[in-house]
Design a protein around this ligand. Structure first.
Ligand code: SAM
Length: 327
C-alpha cells in the first residue's frame, strides 16, 4: 500500500467533493457520496451543474485510474475524506470504526472462520469502513456480505465505498431492530451503537428488554444478531467496557447464558480512548447449537498499545494457541 497513492486519491475525492458541495449547496459528506458515485460510474451524474463545473470535475477525475489502486488504498483515501466531513458534523454515535479496531476484527474473523465461503452481517454498518476492512483481509474466500444502517447518508457513503472497492455488499437502509429480510449468517460483526432505543413497542418483542423504561439499543442488537446467526455462527462486537455494569446487565447475562457461548473478551488499550469511561473491548460469542460445546476457558486478554509490535505478536500467538486448543 502506498501513502502517495492514498494522498493522490484523497486529493481527488476532496477537491471534487468541495466543488460539488459549493455548486449544489449540500454538505461535504453528501458531496463526497456524489463524487464517489461519479468516479464509480465514470461520468458526472449531476445534471444541474454548469458546463465549466463539469469540466473542472472531469479534469480532476482524469488524474486517477481507479483500477490502479488496491482496495485498502481506496478505503483509506475515502476514510480520510469521511473523517474530514465528520469533523464538520460531529455525531458521537455515528463515528467510523477506527482502523486499528477494523484490523483486529479482520484478524479474528480470519482466524475463527475457516470456511471458504460464508455469510457476514454488519447491522450497524455506518460508512462501511469496518465491514470493508474485514472483507479486504480475507484472501481467497467467497463472502456474501450484508450491511444495514438506519442513517441514510451513512448507508449511501457505505454503498459508494463498497462500489469503489468492488465489493458486492447487499445494503439495507432500515432500523436493524425491526425484522430483517436476510438469510441466517455465519458471522456478525458490529461496532455497537450505544444508548437507549426509543421504540418501546418494538423492544417489548425482545427477551432482553428493560423491566421498565427504554431498553438499551446495544443489548437489543446482541439479541437481534443472535436471531440471525446460524447455530455455531460467531459474533464479534465492539462493546463498552462497562457493558455488564449497567442497571439492565442481568437481562443481558441471562440472555447470553441461554443462547450463546462466550468465546473471549479482548480489552483494547486505554491509550486508544479519550478516557477510561469511553474505553472498549472486542467481545466474541458463538451461537449455541447441537453438538457444540463451550470453550474450556474463554480467551481473555488486555491488548497492548498497537504500536508495540513485540507485545502484540505475543498476544497473537496466545490467540492462535487458544484457537488451536478450542476450535
Ligand atoms: N462500523 C461503522 C463504520 O465503520 O463506519 C460505524 C458504526 S457506528 C459506531 C454505529 C452505527 O449504528 C451508526 O452508523 C448508526 O447510524 C447506526 N445505528 C444506530 N442505531 C441503529 C438502528 N436502530 N438500526 C440500524 N443502525 C443503527
Amino acid at each position: 500500500m502506498s501513502i502517495s497513492a492514498i494522498e493522490k486519491l484523497f486529493t481527488v475525492f476532496n477537491e471534487t467533493a468541495q466543488i460539488l458541495q459549493e455548486e449544489l449547496s449540500i454538505t461535504y459528506l453528501d458531496a463526497l457520496a456524489e463524487t464517489g458515485e461519479n468516479l464509480f460510474q465514470d461520468t458526472v451524474l449531476q445534471e444541474e451543474l454548469s458546463e465549466i463545473t463539469v469540466k473542472r470535475l472531469e479534469k480532476s477525475y482524469k488524474q486517477i485510474y481507479l483500477e490502479k489502486y488496491n482496495n485498502e488504498e481506496i478505503r483509506k483515501a475515502y476514510q480520510l475524506a469521511i473523517l474530514k466531513g465528520m469533523k464538520e458534523n460531529v455525531q458521537p454515535n455515528h463515528q467510523m470504526t477506527p482502523d486499528a479496531v477494523g484490523m483486529l476484527f479482520a484478524y479474528l474473523v480470519n482466524k475463527f472462520i475457516k470456511a471458504p465461503s460464508f455469510k457476514i452481517l454488519d447491522p450497524a454498518v455506518g460508512s462501511g469502513n469496518l465491514l470493508t476492512t474485514v472483507l479486504n483481509l480475507q484472501p481467497n474466500k467467497t463472502i456474501h456480505a450484508t450491511g444495514i444502517d438506519i442513517d441514510d447518508l451513512l448507508i449511501r457513503l457505505a454503498f459508494v465505498n463498497a462500489n469503489l472497492q468492488s465489493h458486492p455488499i447487499q445494503f439495507f437502509n432500515q432500523d436493524s431492530l425491526q425484522p430483517l429480510f436476510i438469510d441466517p449468517q455465519d458471522a456478525v460483526i458490529c461496532d455497537l451503537p450505544v444508548g437507549y432505543y426509543p421504540d418501546d413497542v418494538r423492544a417489548a418483542e425482545y427477551e432482553i428488554k428493560a423491566k421498565s423504561g427504554h431498553s438499551y439499543a446495544h443489548h437489543l442488537f446482541i439479541e437481534q444478531s443472535t436471531r440471525y446467526l446460524k447455530p455455531g455462527g460467531y459474533m464479534f462486537l465492539l462493546i463498552p467496557n462497562g457493558l455488564f455494569e449497567s442497571d439492565q446487565a442481568s437481562q443481558l447475562h441471562d440472555f447470553i447464558k441461554k443462547h450463546l457461548f462466550v468465546q473471549g473478551v479482548l480489552q483494547l488499550p486505554l491509550s486508544m480512548f479519550k478516557n477510561k469511561n469511553s474505553a472498549k473491548s472486542i467481545f466474541i460469542l458463538q451461537k449455541k447449537g447441537e453438538d457444540l460445546k463451550p470453550p474450556k476457558k474463554a480467551l481473555l486478554a488486555d491488548l497492548p498499545a498497537l504500536t508495540n509490535s513485540a507485545a502484540l505478536n505475543n498476544i497473537f500467538r496466545k490467540i492462535e494457541t487458544w484457537i488451536n486448543e478450542n476450535k
